[in-house]
Design a protein around this ligand. Structure first.
Ligand code: UDX
Length: 457
């Protein structure tokens, strides 16, 4: 089948490459000519494991191509996926649908059909209705159907998630839409991946409900972790103890510095806006969004407390760096003038994505309290540098660590799971490890001569 995917960003590119790998003939369209030129040269706009190879092999097999020309590319496509961005609108947190609607208008002006138009971007309930209205108003006369098919891809594992999904959700209003979508996903039907056909609005809401539920699960265990610290319990064991209950499940119960990324923060806010518009408040999600937002700076304060508790009173790098305006409330700030190394900056490993990464708020809180920050990330340095002014970016974990009073493991890249601890110890001023992802074993760290602070244990 001929498929057009509009938007060669994260979702569009992964989906396009995977559809091509299923055997379909796919063209990915983007209005950024530089991006399309780079794709022609085999250069990916994002870091995603396996994507460059998957694109290359499908381009070589002539199943995948790239274009800036939407009109020509959709001419004989049976399925046209809209996979452009839906960022939070500045000021009010609603999803900004201007890119989706602009694409819908362009499709409307050029569609010769018959075709299904599929929203793959995460869009609020009712967006499909609006796309349908735009197409009808544009005077499309051929048969068409507007379908919602949300993606549930995790960055860093997107290709595996696409090819072996837990489920596929398809919101279609008519048999024509369902029939084409069945054909699009035929290889997965053969795989016996569950495919759920629903009404369009239901599919749109399912995506938000899934992300809000996952964000809630993370936030729940994060608050349990805080309580564990107060009462002397271990959140890792609590998570295992509840996760083995099949009704709860063990995934997404890893306590940490708060969720970030391009989806959870934006989608929880957009869901709250929808709830507000329909006068159906979602108080749990409200609490989740606000607790998570506060947690990122709280992690900065946790580091300052550890530095104040563990470090001596005289700052090791001079008093001159105490330029920050805020201070650590009424508490004594023994961290001023000290130096901290952040290991891992992206919102999670195996991505170069810095969007809403807790590392940004953590670094700022430290700087506000007169702490000097060095940092290293395996893939995120280019994206991180402009977002973290004043942070010294280094070219390896060990250069970041050199001369530091504390090491903070912010993102659990594999490269940080097996640090050479004797070497680390020889490089730092104070052997203090603050492990915001509970990667290390507290007893072993203490045996290795480190002061160790984890999350919730
Ligand atoms: C998420 C959803 O998983 C995916 O289905 C959706 O389509 C897009 O949003 P992604 O943003 O790539 O995917 O990241 P994910 O792996 O879900 O992690 C999100 C954030 O939660 C990260 O900051 C991660 O560190 C954090 N997290 C996740 C935890 O803190 N604890 C956990 O147990 C799991």
């Amino acid at each position: 089948m001929k498929i057009a995917v509009v938007g060669a960003g994260y979702v569009g590119l992964v989906s396009g490459a995977c559809f091509a790998d299923f055997g379909h003939e796919v063209v990915c369209i983007d209005n950024d000519p530089a991006r399309i030129d780079r794709l022609h040269d085999g250069v990916m706009p994002i870091y995603e494991p396996g994507l460059a190879e998957l694109v290359a092999s499908n381009v070589a097999a002539k199943r995948l191509s790239f274009s800036t020309d939407l009109a020509a590319s959709i001419a004989d496509a049976r399925a046209i996926f809209i996979a452009v961005g839906t960022p939070s609108r500045r000021g009010d947190g609603h999803a900004d649908l201007s890119f989706v609607y602009a694409v819908a208008r362009e499709i409307g002006a050029n569609l010769t059909g018959p075709a299904v138009i599929v929203t793959k971007s995460t869009v609020p309930v009712g967006t499909g209705d609006e796309v349908e209205r735009i197409l009808a108003e544009a005077g499309v006369t051929s048969q068409f159907s507007v379908v919602s098919n949300p993606e549930f891809l995790r960055e860093g594992a997107a290709i595996g998630d696409f090819k072996r999904p837990d489920r596929i959700v398809i919101g279609a209003q008519d048999e024509f839409g369902r029939e084409i979508m069945r054909e699009v996903y035929r290889p997965l039907f053969l795989n016996e991946s569950p495919i759920l056909f629903t009404a369009r609005r239901t599919a749109e809401l399912t995506k938000y409900a899934a992300n809000a539920f996952l964000a809630t699960k993370i936030t729940f265990i994060n608050e349990i972790a805080d309580l564990c610290e107060k009462v002397g319990a271990d959140v890792q064991d609590v998570a295992r103890g509840i996760g083995l209950d099949k009704r709860i499940g063990s995934k997404f119960l890893h306590a940490g510095p708060g969720y970030g990324g391009s989806c959870f923060p934006k989608d929880t806010l957009a869901l709250l806006k929808t709830a507000e518009d329909y006068e159906s408040p979602m108080r749990i999600v409200e609490a989740v969004a606000s607790v998570n937002e506060q947690r990122k700076r709280a992690m900065g304060r946790k580091i300052i407390d550890a530095l104040s508790a563990g470090g001596g009173s005289s700052p090791s790098h001079g008093e001159q760096q105490n330029g920050g305006s805020a201070n650590n409330g009424a508490k004594q700030n023994g961290a001023r003038g000290k130096r901290v190394a952040l290991l891992g900056l992206t919102f999670k490993p195996n991505t170069d994505d810095m969007r809403d990464s807790p590392a940004i708020a953590i670094a700022r809180t430290l700087q506000d309290n007169g702490v000097e920050v060095t940092a290293y990330d395996p893939e995120g340095m280019n994206a991180a540098a402009p977002l973290m002014p004043g942070v010294t970016m280094t070219d390896s974990a060990y250069s970041a660590i050199e001369g530091c009073d504390a090491i903070v493991l912010v993102t659990e890249w594999d490269a940080f799971r097996a640090l050479d601890l004797p070497r680390v110890k020889s490089l730092v001023t104070e052997p203090l490890m603050i492990d915001l992802r509970n990667v290390y074993n507290p007893q072993e760290m203490r045996k290795a001569g480190f002061a160790y602070v984890g999350i919730g244990r």
